[in-house]
Design a protein around this ligand. Structure first.
Ligand SMILES: [Zn+2]
Ligand SMILES: [Zn+2]
Length: 96
């Protein structure tokens, strides 16, 4: 008997390689279940980080460009000199 049993495993034809770890996978989707979980987790993390980033470096609320009318509490653009209610904003460029 000269035939030695091949104990080492080699990539089976048709087997897909896992996109995560690069190892051949026999699962239907070609990705190991645990790798799929890892991938999902990573994408979730990325999304979380992206969302966090967006909130951190996100545009400042337009609050700075608005001023509130003391009479009707309406939000007006800072450049507006008059409110719809008739309130006139004083120009406070220089101290009186
Ligand atoms: Zn894998
Ligand atoms: Zn007003």
């Amino acid at each position: 008997m000269t035939n030695e049993p091949r104990t080492f495993d080699y990539p089976v034809r048709g087997a897909k390689s896992c996109p995560v770890c690069g190892q051949s996978s026999y699962s239907k989707d070609g990705i190991h279940p645990q790798c799929a979980v890892q991938l999902a987790d990573e994408s979730r993390k990325e999304k979380l980080q992206a969302a966090r980033k967006a909130t951190q470096t996100g545009e400042p609320k337009q609050k700075s460009w608005n001023k509130q009318c003391p009479l009707c509490k309406a939000q007006l653009h800072v450049r507006r000199k008059e409110c719809d209610c008739g309130h006139v904003f004083r120009q406070t460029k220089s101290s009186v």
